[in-house]
Design a protein around this ligand. Structure first.
Ligand code: NAD
Ligand code: ISE
Length: 336
């Protein structure tokens, strides 16, 4: 069976996902796309034999669209996800589910009222072989009880408009999701520290972010979005009986003149390229049978709740606590 996908937003990741669906995912066909940049949408549609539509609503309503992929700006996600729910069509929504906690809760409640899961969030690290090995080491009992998680998330550069708040809502959200998923518990408090700022940055950068979890695990994250040298995402999970490290995947190493050197991925597409393919294949495989292996609307809500608390923590310098609503039973047994 082929799942016919409509894509809304054909910018960086929308284009990447359309090409992945068209060339590397089995059982999927991109049939319709929409972007306010109509030239870009048309050119991409032509590349993959899809139709370029006049609006997001038109894509969602089409009879030849079974499922939607949203890669529009995050502020538009709640309204577009709700339209997918109204049309009773599954949707893979790129992160975030929404910009405010209230709108994420509204979407969550709409899905709960529907009584079944149609929403998956695009937190692709859950499909990365490295992160899966870290999780397997913890869940397999190899390092004992988790105590601390040390993380680094560095981007080479960002545009001057990418401010310190965006570093939290756009970049740090990945560690919010991976920490919750790896540890299997919620984050209850967040603290954000600035410090000396890089001369390459137009806003506070780097930032040190601390999460505290329900059981008392401390997560520290260096978020540095102008590190210059490459895309560097690593972590070390410290347990009571051992440690597990996630490094950049090494594809080759040059050893010469007393040195051994490896490359650092250039960008997120390079580093997580394989994870996006697995993510999209799992989504397509699950859509038919209503089986979701990825992040849910609950994860989207919880992540935005932590990120928005992080914005307050950053603005005030205070430790900010996070209280979530009770988790609806619809999400019992979901990954996080
Ligand atoms: P982008 O700016 O490159 O692309 C966004 C696209 O949406 C643009 O082409 C823009 O014209 C279009 N758009 C604007 N208004 C629209 C509307 N009303 N309807 C439809 N399209 C509209 O941004 P991006 O980097 O591709 O990010 C898009 C989303 O994907 C964001 O939510 C971002 O956080 C997420 N993202 C996720 C990852 C990841 O690793 N999972 C990576 C990058 C981006
Ligand atoms: C981007 O939007 C992503 O989601 C990338 O995965 C992340 O590393 C980057 O910092 C974000 O800007």
């Amino acid at each position: 069976m082929t799942t016919r996908v409509g894509v809304i937003g054909t910018g960086n990741i929308g284009t990447f996902h359309v090409n992945t669906l068209a060339t590397r995912v089995s059982g999927a066909e991109v049939t319709a796309v929409f972007d306010v940049d109509t030239q870009r949408a048309k050119s991409l549609a032509d590349d993959v034999g899809a139709r370029s539509c006049d609006s997001a609503e038109a894509v969602i309503a089409r009879d030849d669209v079974d499922a939607l992929l949203l890669a529009s700006p995050g502020a538009l996600h709640p309204q577009q996800v709700l339209a997918c729910l109204e049309a009773d069509k599954p949707v893979l929504c790129e992160k975030p589910l929404g910009v405010t906690t209230e709108e994420c809760l509204f979407v969550l409640e709409a899905e709960v009222a529907l009584g079944r899961q149609l929403i998956q969030l695009g937190f692709m690290r859950r499909y990365d072989p490295g992160y899966l090995q870290v999780k397997a080491a913890l869940d397999g009992g190899h390092i004992g009880d988790p105590l601390m998680l040390h993380c680094v998330h560095r981007n080479p550069t960002v545009p001057p408009s990418f401010n310190a708040d965006m570093a939290i809502t756009d970049s740090v959200v990945h560690e919010i999701d991976t920490s919750r998923w790896l540890l299997g518990e919620e984050i209850t408090a967040i603290t954000v520290l600035g410090g000396r700022t890089s001369r390459h940055a137009s806003a506070q950068d780097p930032q040190l972010v601390l999460f505290e979890t329900e059981s008392g695990v401390i997560v520290d994250l260096e978020s540095f979005v102008n590190c210059q040298y490459g895309y560097d995402v690593r972590c070390e999970l410290v347990g009571s009986d051992g440690v597990v490290n996630l490094d950049n995947p090494t594809v080759s190493a040059v050893t010469a003149q007393g040195n051994r050197s490896t490359t650092v991925p250039a960008d997120w597409q390079t580093r997580f390229g394989p994870a996006y393919v697995v993510e999209l294949q799992a989504w397509i495989d699950g859509v038919g049978g209503g089986r979701y292996t990825g992040a849910s609307a609950w994860d989207g809500y919880a992540t935005t709740a932590v990120a928005t608390a992080g914005l307050r923590a950053r603005a005030t310098g205070d430790r900010v606590e996070i209280t979530l609503v009770d988790k609806p039973s619809l999400y019992d047994g979901a990954c996080a």
